[in-house]
Design a protein around this ligand. Structure first.
Ligand code: HEC
Ligand code: HEC
Ligand code: HEC
Ligand code: HEC
Ligand code: HEC
Ligand code: HEC
Ligand code: HEC
Ligand code: HEC
Ligand code: HEC
Ligand code: HEC
Length: 331
């Protein structure tokens, strides 16, 4: 995927073109910038939509149900944080939902109420406009990774992962995050339901321990540059250094392990000898052990390897060995 860089100005211009109610001059002030009084952000153009005069107080006369009110239990509803939508001089509800001047006015019989910016997967508001409202404050912290990632490229809105009107946003907590992701990534739910899987169901690991949901430059949007560096975060002992390395291990853990889950013990991609034999040729000791000549009472040399069956019974140090005579990973 080619990274697409957008400057904020570019993005806001695109928004203005797509959604006439939001114009460049009305962009919500950036969280990182000093907050300006709401009046300063008001549009110069005469025909542009205005912000409501009393802000949230106006909105709450019609929208005061529990779901809407919960915004005051979130980081966005903190008057003490000058950068938050409810900080001094900020635009309150309209920082996210756009100017509500027309929406809050009396509506004549038979006419429909002018819409606000709506969020979520079913919203009629274009995704670029929805995300633009959030990026007005969050662009800097998201930086280029967001625009380089598959979610932005596939029109996934911030609000399809984030719920702004609940005290605890499910996608931010380890025990509830996966269910948000599974609404789109159905196959991965199946993988984590397999008998040998990372403890996702138990809430002991989150997708975001391994993936950067806002996009990264790594394969599969991993949080680290490679698969192995991602795994070493928690399995540091597998990093080594080892006196005797096993080549496929430092190369890529997923040579042998399915990172989400598998039906094989140890989350292996294949069982016992088959896994090893997928790389180790049938010639020499490994294959000899599986010929009929190796059976007890026959003439073959390596009876024990056949009887013992699994390569790991002898080659127990499959991730690498630090024993002086561990070249064959047997100790
Ligand atoms: C006079 C009453 C009234 C006021 C004041 C009002 N609204 Fe609304 N709002 C409505 C009604 C009625 C609807 C449903 C309109 C429709 O479905 O066509 C609505 C719909 C909405 C929606 C879309 C809801 C959805 O289902 O997605 C949002 C968002 C919204 N209002 C936000 C606001 C904000 C923010 C303010 C303050 C700036 C505000 N409203 C002020 C009456 C009001
Ligand atoms: C007016 C600026 C502003 C707007 C607009 C805004 N945010 Fe925020 N947001 C903030 C601030 C400030 C914080 C608190 C940051 C902190 O504590 O470091 C925050 C925090 C968050 C957090 C972290 C919450 C937590 O509990 O840790 C999420 C997620 C978030 N915003 C998503 C969004 C989404 C999605 C939108 C658009 C629907 C949005 N924001 C719109 C300013 C804004
Ligand atoms: C695919 C789901 C997904 C999408 C889409 C998404 N986020 Fe997030 N967001 C998350 C998750 C998961 C976390 C928690 C990350 C963590 O714990 O490391 C998060 C964390 C955050 C935070 C908290 C601070 C931080 O960076 O860790 C903010 C702010 C935020 N998101 C804003 C946004 C905005 C703005 C958008 C849209 C431009 C957006 N997110 C789109 C899943 C998503
Ligand atoms: C940080 C951005 C943000 C702020 C601030 C915010 N909203 Fe929302 N609002 C959203 C998002 C995102 C949704 C989509 C559904 C959700 O996340 O729960 C939404 C959904 C809604 C809905 C439709 C769903 C429902 O429950 O009917 C209404 C109405 C609404 N908001 C009104 C308001 C009002 C009134 C305020 C101010 C008191 C406000 N919002 C403040 C982001 C915000
Ligand atoms: C609204 C739907 C939606 C939600 C919710 C969602 N995603 Fe995605 N995700 C997509 C789409 C669409 C793509 C790009 C197409 C694809 O690769 O499947 C994608 C791609 C990805 C990729 C890259 C896959 C690859 O092959 O490189 C990862 C990783 C990912 N998402 C993780 C997550 C995580 C983690 C969450 C939850 C925090 C999440 N997604 C939530 C729709 C979603
Ligand atoms: C222990 C780390 C880890 C966790 C936790 C994790 N993933 Fe992954 N995921 C990976 C790795 C590594 C890959 C890349 C596999 C490869 O390239 O061989 C991957 C690949 C993916 C892909 C690309 C398609 C595929 O399956 O190869 C998607 C989509 C994805 N993960 C979604 C998720 C979702 C959703 C969650 C949470 C429910 C999640 N992942 C949790 C490590 C993890
Ligand atoms: C956020 C921490 C974390 C990360 C990152 C992580 N793991 Fe794990 N891993 C765990 C936990 C927790 C367990 C379960 C340990 C237990 O049950 O005792 C586990 C177990 C395993 C197991 C043993 C499964 C079994 O049935 O015995 C394997 C194999 C494994 N992880 C491989 C990987 C690979 C490969 C990666 C990188 C793609 C990775 N892990 C990344 C935390 C992590
Ligand atoms: C050549 C194949 C192979 C590669 C590559 C590999 N493993 Fe393993 N791994 C195994 C086998 C075989 C087991 C034993 C499974 C069992 O006990 O049933 C195992 C077991 C594990 C276990 C659980 C038992 C233990 O030893 O802690 C973890 C965790 C683990 N591997 C992590 C990793 C990580 C992290 C990487 C990448 C650095 C990796 N593995 C690379 C083959 C491999
Ligand atoms: C992805 C391919 C791959 C898989 C799977 C794999 N190996 Fe290896 N293995 C290698 C490579 C490559 C070497 C290094 C060969 C060399 O240096 O000539 C190696 C080396 C070894 C050695 C040391 C050989 C020596 O030169 O002394 C042993 C023992 C070994 N592997 C056993 C196993 C066992 C047991 C398994 C199954 C758990 C396994 N391997 C799975 C690729 C693999
Ligand atoms: C009964 C114990 C035992 C079992 C079971 C066993 N090995 Fe070995 N293997 C050894 C010993 C001991 C050596 C060292 C031989 C030497 O140094 O001459 C060795 C050497 C190797 C080597 C180094 C190269 C070679 O051919 O000499 C590879 C690769 C290897 N084994 C792979 C496997 C694989 C794959 C399996 C399972 C199909 C397996 N082994 C099962 C004991 C065993």
């Amino acid at each position: 995927m080619k990274p697409k860089m957008h400057t904020l100005a570019y993005r806001l211009l695109a928004i203005a073109a797509l959604w006439p109610a939001v114009t460049l001059g009305q962009a919500p002030p950036a969280a990182e910038a000093k907050p300006e009084p709401a009046a300063a952000a008001k549009p110069a153009a005469a025909d542009a939509v205005e912000y409501s005069k009393k802000g949230a107080d106006t909105c709450l006369t019609c929208h005061d149900d529990e779901h809407v009110m919960s915004v005051f239990h979130t980081k966005h509803g903190q008057p003490s944080d000058a950068r938050s939508p409810f900080g001094k001089g900020q635009l309150q509800c309209e920082a996210c939902h756009g100017p509500g001047g027309n929406h809050t006015k009396k509506v004549k019989k038979g006419e429909s109420r002018p819409p606000m910016v709506q969020f979520g997967r079913k919203a009629v508001t274009p995704v670029a406009v929805q995300n633009g409202m959030c990026l007005g404050c969050h662009e800097k912290s998201m930086s280029a990774s967001w625009h380089a990632g598959p979610h932005d490229a596939n029109n996934v809105s911030c609000a399809s992962c984030h719920d702004s009107h609940v005290a605890k946003d499910p996608v931010l907590a380890a025990n509830t995050q996966a269910d948000v992701c599974y609404t789109c990534h159905v196959a991965q739910r199946g993988e984590f339901l397999k008998p040998y899987a990372h403890p996702m169901r138990q809430g002991k690991i989150a997708c975001s321990d391994c993936h950067q949901p806002h996009g990264s430059t790594s394969e599969a949007q991993l949080v680290k540059a490679t698969v192995n560096q991602t795994c070493y975060q928690c399995h540091a002992e597998k990093r080594g250094p080892f006196l005797w390395e096993h080549a496929p291990v430092p190369e890529d853990c997923s040579n042998c392990h399915a990172p989400h889950g598998s039906s094989n013990p140890g989350m292996l991609t294949a069982r016992g000898p088959l896994l090893c034999q997928s790389c180790h040729s049938q010639q020499g000791h490994p294959s000899l052990s599986y010929g009929p000549s190796g059976l007890p009472g026959r003439t073959g040399p390596t009876v024990s390897t056949l009887v013992l069956g699994n390569c790991m019974n002898c080659h127990s140090q499959v991730h690498g060995s630090n024993h002086p005579s561990g070249a064959s990973l047997t100790r």
